[in-house]
Design a protein around this ligand. Sequence first.
Ligand SMILES: [Cu+2]
Length: 351
Amino acid sequence: MKILGFHRIVASLAMAFALVVGVQPALAQEAAEATATTQLESVDPAEAADVADADAVAEGAGAYTPMKPTEGIGMPVDRGLDIQPQFSETGEFAYGLHVGLIWVMVAISAFVLVLLLYTVFRFRRKANPVPSKTSHNTLIEVIWTVVPALILLAIAIPSITLIAKQYEPIPKDAITVKVTGYQWYWGYTYPDNGDFEIISNMLDDAEAEARGEPHQLAVDNRMVVPVGVPIRMQITAADVIHSFAVPSLWFKLDAVPGRLNEKILIIEKPGVYYGQCSELCGARHAYMPIAVEALPLDQYNAWVLAQGGKIAGAEEEGVEAAPAAAPAQQPESAVEGAAGAGELPVENPTT
Ligand SMILES: [Cu+2]
């Protein structure tokens, strides 16, 4: 009876732990999604109506104001343990797999713990003075080989599905954004929209604060993309290897000089999503953050016009593109003898 009572305590402790670890993230995810939906509903209608207006779009400049980020969405949170709330289909799938795997691990760990404790108590020297000399049990051996193999097989199915999902062929009508990593800032080129390049530098703390954005993640010019539209992300670098990573979009791809890495990205909700260079690339590696702003397509088009670009497939309308710009900022690595370290990001001369 005593042993049974102890088992209960162990089992309930395991359950309590599992509840804390497994259920909280799921709740956080739901809460975050709810917030994002509210934000979408409360912000969009008026603005969307504005930009949908043909004249407003034609005017271009002035139709775009940087969106204010939502606290805790698309950015890390204090004492956060969990994966960031996800805003892409693959991200949601991966998050589900992550939570599912935690439960599988909790169940297996609890099962092994219970077996171990049972053995320790039930077969201790006092209770079991003459130990059994059994050395083989074919049935049990088959079970403990086959069952783990089946568990691994069951895990492999969603796991391989997730890999495949991330490298799905990109539809022809996708909008291309070419991301170039420089020492130490990012450049975003829009070949389908007139081939202009946006140079993105980190804001200093005071400026980030003034704009209501997180420190060391806020940038002067964001990578603006349309929401709900397939984006062909092409990632490369101009000097050393960088890595373009945005946790809340489940996106991470190395930026390698001389290579063009490509992956599809579809963002499900308008918002600002922050990320960082994730490949050690030199002295200011930690100060080249990424800010992705996802806008409804009409607002994205207005932003493109404001940058001097053109709307994809709208050439016949005679919207002139700005001449394709070379990187507006010289990579520090291109300057001979530059130490490169310790200097604050340079103001973008085009703004
Ligand atoms: Cu880098």
